[in-house]
Design a protein around this ligand. Sequence first.
Ligand SMILES: O=c1ccn([C@H]2C[C@H](O)[C@@H](COP(=O)(O)OP(=O)(O)OP(=O)(O)O)O2)c(=O)[nH]1
Ligand SMILES: [Mg+2]
Length: 178
Amino acid sequence: MTRGFEIVSKYRNAGLNLPYRTTKRAAGYDFESATDFTVPSIWKLDFLKVLWAIRHERAVDDVQAQKAKRILKPYLVPTGIKAYMGDDEVLILANRSSNPLKRGLVIPNGIGVIDADYYNNENNEGEIFMQVLNFGLADVHLKQGERIGQGIFMNYLLADEERQPQAERQGGFGSSGK
Ligand SMILES: O=c1ccn([C@H]2C[C@H](O)[C@@H](COP(=O)(O)OP(=O)(O)OP(=O)(O)O)O2)c(=O)[nH]1
Ligand SMILES: [Mg+2]
């Protein structure tokens, strides 16, 4: 078993590129957005109203609170890509260094941990998503094919003793329970 990338069946005919390294000694494989995708700026009026109310210790009504919560919920940008690798390997997803600087795009989970057993899982075929929030003042309109992040294959180590995990992965983003 080696390691690499495949396009998930949903995007089989979408003309996607497999992740690629942009320089001879780059560690990261750049991922592109599988579709056009807009990431709204978080600085929307509903969110600012909630911030103002909290600052002035005013009551926040439920509707406003719900809207603010939605604004702060990370967006999942689809890559249309799945990754296979050895059982003792992991694909670490990282932001592009230019994203915060140029577009205010941050990945709120810090890094993405793409487990070897995520590949071809029955829930979503192991499609990799970039979680993003847009702290910039303007909405960001990603075009299909725009580079949104990078993945680095690494080995990981296990502890001498551990409670052997028995569960089979069913998906991502909270699928292993609370
Ligand atoms: O930025 C990310 C992070 C995770 N994943 C996918 C791949 C990974 O194998 C799976 C689970 O990721 P992780 O274990 O970090 O999520 P979690 O919050 O622990 O949820 P769970 O493990 O319960 O699925 O979700 C992504 O596609 N992008
Ligand atoms: Mg997990």
